[in-house]
Design a protein around this ligand. Structure first.
Ligand code: ARG
Length: 392
């Protein structure tokens, strides 16, 4: 079969969708544009999307993301064209810009920065980080982990690569919240490691409006979730580096990052701060701690002027999104198990609805993580699974 048939038919589908959604169905141009694309594909095995095609594809990919409950905001995605950047230093600079502009001092603007697509004869640009901002997880001598256990493998790999945590350089103690450096790899070249400048990372210290003791736990989290390891698949092209960011739903941090036993595991400590009886499950100390931790995160972000959404509001917006889509004649596909929030699920409208879980393109897909696959990766044997971490 003609190897160009698939990209060409995906390019056609995207062009037709773009025209249809813009109400330009009768406008001429699709066939002429496809002739150009066909000719470019024949010579180079790839083609260059117009900015309009790139932007539309990135937004529709968000709209099609079955696991995302925040999709109602898809039309607002700002798309930054970074397809011409090749040097690790310029790529790093674009990533820092991304963080600064998307964070916008807390008035977060959803944004994606798209680097070069995969092309024959051109090395892939890959980011090792699963998000642009993540906290290190240091394996300690006693087997425990200081920081985010989810990042322990990457942190170990970086230390062996020669990364010196800024804390070590500054002569202060390593903490549970040391921001990891960005790692950029071009093809099979050695990865380049860049520490983020402090001004690029807005963080929020966590305290509680009524229970001061929760503030004594010293928890903090970064303002911006910026997924960096998914591949944008649009118009027959693959963009393996296309980091995107929006704002958090409070429960992602409070009910998962802080609460999961395999993450910061803070429910026992929170319960103790609240004076709850942990000897018996029936006191529901876990549930009560969860609720107060969620209150603390939402309140702290609000105090800090950092945009965040709660799980009741975002699920209501999601249903509004479904209704708008339906009026446009488009079905909404979703993965129910990801839409429902990790606490109070049945008190939100999505819990009571049914969804068909269908992945259509354009979309953001998981891909093999660059660093677990890198040649000579000593961590490979430690790794129980080959894929990248889910970004929930
Ligand atoms: N759940 C991930 C985290 O806690 C973030 C995934 C993306 N979330 C978002 N609101 N855009 O870091």
């Amino acid at each position: 079969m003609d190897p160009l048939a698939a990209p060409l038919s995906e390019a056609r589908a995207l062009l037709e969708q773009l025209r249809q959604e813009r109400g330009l169905l009768d406008a001429p141009g699709v066939e002429a544009r496809l002739d150009e694309i066909r000719a470019e594909l024949a010579v180079a095995g790839t083609y260059r999307q117009t900015f309009d095609e790139l932007e539309f594809g990135a937004r529709i990919a968000w709209r099609n993301s079955v696991r995302c409950v925040g999709r109602s905001y898809w039309p607002t995605l700002e798309v930054v064209d970074a397809r011409d950047l090749r040097a690790p230093e310029e790529i790093f600079e674009a990533l820092v810009d991304h963080l600064v502009y998307s964070t916008n001092n807390g008035r977060i603007r959803p944004r994606i920065t798209v680097f070069a697509p995969r092309a024959p004869g051109r090395p892939d640009i890959r980011l090792w980080n699963d998000q642009l901002i993540r906290y290190a997880g240091y394996r300690q001598a006693d087997g425990s982990i200081l920081g985010d256990p989810q990042q322990a493998d990457l942190t170990g790999r970086l230390l062996r690569l020669g990364w010196i945590p800024p804390a070590d350089r500054g002569g202060v103690a390593r903490s549970r919240f040391d921001v990891l450096p960005l790692v950029i790899q071009i093809g099979a070249a050695p990865p380049r490691v860049f520490d983020l400048p402090p001004g690029a990372v807005l963080e929020v210290p966590i305290s509680h409006p009524d229970h001061a003791a929760i503030g004594y736990l010293g928890l903090r989290w970064h303002a911006l979730p910026a997924v960096a390891n998914m591949c944008l698949d649009s118009g027959g092209l693959l963009y393996p580096s296309a980091p995107f960011s929006g704002w958090y739903m409070g429960a992602e941090i409070a009910a998962r990052n802080f609460a999961d036993e395999g993450r910061y595991n803070q429910l026992p400590a929170v319960a103790d701060m609240l004076g709850l009886d942990r000897r018996r499950e029936e006191t529901l100390w876990r549930d009560r701690a969860l609720v107060e931790l969620n209150v603390a995160v939402l309140w702290s972000f609000q105090q800090a002027g950092v945009k965040m959404v709660d799980h009741h509001t975002v699920t209501r917006h999601f249903v509004g999104f479904e209704e708008r889509e339906e009026r446009k004649g488009r079905p909404t596909h979703a993965d129910w198990s990801w839409l429902i929030p990790p606490l109070s699920a049945s008190a939100t409208p999505v819990y009571h609805r049914h969804y068909e879980d269908l992945e259509i393109k354009p979309n953001y897909f998981y891909q093999e993580s660059a660093w677990r696959e890198a040649p000579g990766a000593p961590d490979y044997a430690e790794c129980p699974f080959r894929g990248s971490l889910p970004n929930r």
